[in-house]
Design a protein around this ligand. Structure first.
Ligand SMILES: NC(=O)c1ccc[n+]([C@@H]2O[C@H](COP(=O)([O-])OP(=O)(O)OC[C@H]3O[C@@H](n4cnc5c(N)ncnc54)[C@H](O)[C@@H]3O)[C@@H](O)[C@H]2O)c1
Ligand SMILES: [Zn+2]
Length: 359
C-alpha cells in the first residue's frame, strides 16, 4: 500500500511525515501529530485559519490569537455566496499571495478552504487539519475541492493538492456518534473495493473499539488514506481507477437527495444496492452481500430504507456519469475486489426491484 510513499521521520519532532507527489502538487502528510506542532512549520503571521462556528466554540484555544474565518457549521455554507464573502474578509485582513490558508474542520471546511485558496489572488498555499473521521479518511485527501450550486453538489471546484494534511486524532474525542458512523461508511467502502484483510479487521472490532484505541484508530486512518492516495496518484483526473472510489455513491447520491439522509447512510444503502447489482450480474455471491450488511449495521449504518424507486431511476438518468443509455457502475467481484462496468438502465431497474422485494 505504501509503495511510492517516501516515509521519513522529521528529525526535530519525531513527527511521522510522508511526502507524496501527484501531478498537481506534493503533499506533506503529518500523521499522529498534534495541532500545536503546526507552529513549528508555519509562521502565525502569514496564516489565516478557517473553521466552522461549531469547532470554534469547542476549541477556542486552537483559534485564539490567530486570524480566523468562521463559517456556520453545515453543508449550506458550501456555496458561492460564502466564497465571495470569505474573499472579502481575506482582503480586509490584508491577506496576500504569501498567506497560507489552513482549513481546520470537517469536509465542509476543507472543501471551502481548498476552493477559496484556489481562487483568492489567483491561488494561495493551503493546508488541512481534518477534524471529522470522514474528512480524515476521505474529504481532505485527493485534491478535489468544491462547493455546491443549490442542490447540485460539488459542481464548482478545482483539483489542487494542499501543501500539508496534519492528523490530530485527539479532535475525534468530541465527534458525535452519527459522525463516527458517517466516517465508517467510507472506511467500509475502502475495505470492500480494495482490502479484504481490512474488512476482516472491521468484522472483529466495532465502533467502540476504535473510539477507545488510539493506535488502532491511527492505523485505520493511515491505511484508508494510503488507499485513497494510491488511487489518486494513479489517476488524479478520475479517468479510470479513481472511479472505483464511487462504489456505493451512484445510488447513494440519489438517495441522499431523495430521502435527506446523511451522506454515510446514503453510501451504506448505495453499497447494499451495488452488491445486489453485482449478484444479478453474476459477479458476487449472496454470502458476501450479507457480510456487508452485517458490517454496516455493526457500525451504526442503515441497510434498508423506503425508497421511491421511480424517482431514484429518474435521478440516476440525470447522473453526471451517464453515457448514452448506460452508467459506469462500480461492482464487486468479491470483497476487496471491485470493477467498473457500464450498466444499462433496465439492468439497474431490475436490481432495484429485487432490493425492494428482498429487504
Ligand atoms: N473533496 C472531496 O474529495 C470530498 C470527499 C468526500 C466528502 N466531501 C465533502 O465533505 C463534506 C462532509 O464532510 P463531514 O462529514 O466532515 O461534514 P461537516 O464538515 O459538515 O462535519 C460534520 C459535523 O461534524 C462537526 N465536527 C467536525 N469535526 C468535529 C469534532 N472534532 N468534534 C465535534 N464536531 C465536529 C462539524 O462541525 C459538523 O457539524 C461534504 O460536503 C462532502 O461533499 C468532499
Ligand atoms: Zn462519500
Amino acid at each position: 500500500v505504501f509503495g511510492g510513499l517516501n516515509r521519513i521521520f522529521a528529525p526535530s519532532t519525531q513527527l511521522m511525515l510522508q511526502r507524496l507527489t501527484f501531478p498537481s502538487g506534493t503533499v506533506n502528510y503529518y500523521f499522529q501529530a498534534t495541532i500545536g506542532q503546526l507552529w513549528e512549520y508555519y509562521d502565525r503571521k502569514n496564516v489565516v485559519l478557517i473553521t466552522d462556528d461549531h469547532l470554534a466554540k469547542l476549541y477556542p484555544n486552537v483559534f485564539e490569537g490567530h486570524k480566523t474565518l468562521i463559517v456556520p457549521a453545515g453543508e449550506a455554507s458550501k456555496d458561492m455566496d460564502t466564497i465571495g464573502m470569505l474573499c472579502g474578509q481575506l482582503l480586509e485582513m490584508e491577506a496576500t499571495r504569501q498567506t497560507t490558508l489552513i482549513g481546520i474542520g470537517g469536509g465542509v471546511v476543507t472543501d471551502i478552504a481548498g476552493f477559496l485558496a484556489a481562487v483568492y489572488m489567483r491561488g494561495v498555499t493551503f493546508g488541512f487539519v481534518p477534524t471529522s473521521l470522514l474528512a480524515m479518511v476521505d474529504a481532505s485527501v485527493g485534491g478535489k475541492n468544491g462547493v455546491n450550486l443549490g442542490l447540485h453538489k460539488n459542481v464548482v471546484g478545482t483539483i489542487r493538492q494542499p501543501e500539508f494534511i496534519l492528523y490530530d486524532t485527539g479532535f475525534l474525542n468530541t465527534l458525535p456518534d452519527a459522525e463516527w458512523s458517517n466516517g465508517f461508511a467510507e472506511i467500509i467502502k475502502y475495505a470492500c473495493i480494495f482490502d479484504a484483510e481490512l474488512f476482516g479487521h472491521l468484522e472483529i472490532n466495532d465502533l467502540s473499539f476504535y473510539r477507545h484505541n488510539a493506535p488502532a484508530l491511527s492505523e485505520l486512518v493511515t491505511r484508508c488514506v494510503a488507499w485513497k492516495n494510491k488511487t489518486v496518484a494513479d489517476d488524479e483526473q478520475e479517468k479510470g481507477v479513481r472511479k472505483l472510489l464511487n462504489f456505493g455513491h451512484t445510488a447513494g447520491h440519489a438517495i441522499e437527495t431523495l430521502n435527506a439522509v446523511p451522506h454515510g447512510s446514503a453510501v451504506a444503502l448505495g453499497m447494499v444496492i451495488a452488491c445486489k447489482v453485482s449478484e444479478i450480474e453474476g459477479l458476487l455471491d449472496g454470502g458476501s452481500s450479507s457480510r456487508l450488511r452485517s458490517l454496516l449495521q455493526r457500525y451504526g449504518l442503515p441497510v434498508h430504507v423506503e425508497i421511491d424507486m421511480s424517482k431514484l431511476m429518474d435521478l440516476l438518468k440525470t447522473d453526471k456519469k451517464r453515457k448514452d443509455d448506460t452508467i459506469d457502475y462500480i461492482l464487486l467481484r468479491k470483497i476487496g475486489d471491485a470493477i467498473i462496468r457500464p450498466l444499462s438502465f433496465p439492468v439497474i431497474e431490475k436490481a432495484l426491484a429485487t432490493y425492494e422485494s428482498n429487504n
